[in-house]
Design a protein around this ligand. Structure first.
Ligand code: CP
Length: 325
């Protein structure tokens, strides 16, 4: 399957969001609108969550062919808080186990009047192939595509950075870890570039460095100290063992933590007001020390909260675009 669709397929003729497969070619104005809408969905601790009926009568289907906690739960909560019916397909008990293809699964559920498919898959190109197959009123939201794209994660990361830092222009953002296999890093870097971020640094150990063509404008190093120097945002990434070649799966966690783990001592190199991010799921004391993950600079919990708000914003925008198809 092809990896990325032409960006026009994501947008209606007048530029409204119809599907969300990638942050590529989404302009700053659209990203700002998504972030602002998402912020309007936030409520304080102990308050009732934001809720409306903008998806009442609509059906959202979650199809996760790879494991997920945050993305799947937050899409489900987002859809329910907008009044939608939600179908969580249990893929291990589905007819895919009997050999049914992804597209036949989609056709089957489309016949049950699903309006939005939220799809995570280990193969690149699956969301785009589904876009090409569904009826015009149906929207596809990419919830994680191989090592290629995780656009709602990118949006929630942008939202979290904007909350804590205000604007992007003068920021130095350091992303550390298994960049080569990270769809989170790909989407974050795309979004940061669109938002005008001055300095995006990628720090990757040997064997985890990405193709630089996927990261235009970013700098790449294996020197963690250099990457952290004066950084305003530090984002630690999990080692994607499920995507590493066999020989790479033997990476020692202790060795990795000793060389690339984000701990309090190393953070002293960053800006004194630096925030620490992690998309989750995290492996404590591997890519990030437990006390840093729980410490005052950590915004990891905010990222999770923002995930629901962002997914509500995306669901309402794609539903609104139906009027323009
Ligand atoms: N960040 C993220 O995608 O987490 P899940 O795999 O738990 O959805």
């Amino acid at each position: 399957m092809d990896s990325q669709p032409p960006h026009c397929e994501q947008l209606t003729p007048s530029g409204q969001l119809r599907h969300l497969l990638t942050l590529q070619n989404l302009d700053r104005e659209l990203l700002e609108e998504l972030l602002t809408r998402a912020e309007s969905n936030l409520r304080g601790p102990g308050e009732l969550p934001a809720r409306d009926q903008s998806l009442a009568g609509r059906t959202v289907a979650n199809l996760f062919f790879e494991p997920s906690t945050r993305t799947r739960a937050s899409f489900e909560l987002a859809a329910k808080r907008l009044g939608a019916d939600v179908l969580n397909l249990d893929v291990n008990m589905s007819s895919r186990k009997k050999g049914e293809s992804v597209l036949d699964t989609i056709y089957t559920l489309q016949a049950m009047q699903v309006d939005v498919f939220v799809v995570r898959d280990a193969s690149a190109g699956v969301p785009a192939a589904i876009v090409a197959a569904v009826q015009p009123h149906v929207s596809i939201l990419n919830a994680g595509e191989a090592d290629v794209s995780h656009p709602t994660q990118g949006l929630l990361d942008l939202m979290t950075i904007r909350q804590h830092k205000g604007s992007f222009d003068n920021l130095s953002v350091c992303i550390v870890g298994d960049i080569a296999h990270s769809r989170v890093a790909r989407s974050a870097a795309l979004g940061l570039r669109t938002m005008g971020t001055r300095d995006v640094r990628l720090v990757a150990p040997t064997g985890m460095a990405p193709d630089p063509a996927h990261y235009p404008g970013a700098t790449l190093t294996d020197d963690l100290a250099r990457g952290l120097d004066g950084a305003d945002v530090v984002m630690a990434l999990r080692i994607q063992r499920e995507r590493l070649p066999n020989e790479g799966r033997q990476v020692s966690e202790a060795d990795y933590h000793a060389k690339y783990g984000i701990n309090a001592r190393r953070l002293e190199r960053a800006d004194p007001d630096a925030i620490v991010m992690h998309p989750g799921p995290m492996n404590r004391d591997v890519e990030i020390a437990g006390d840093v993950a729980d410490g005052p600079r950590s915004v990891i919990v905010n990222q999770v909260t923002n995930g629901v708000a962002v997914r509500m914003a995306v669901l309402t925008m794609v539903m609104e675009s139906r009027r323009d198809r």
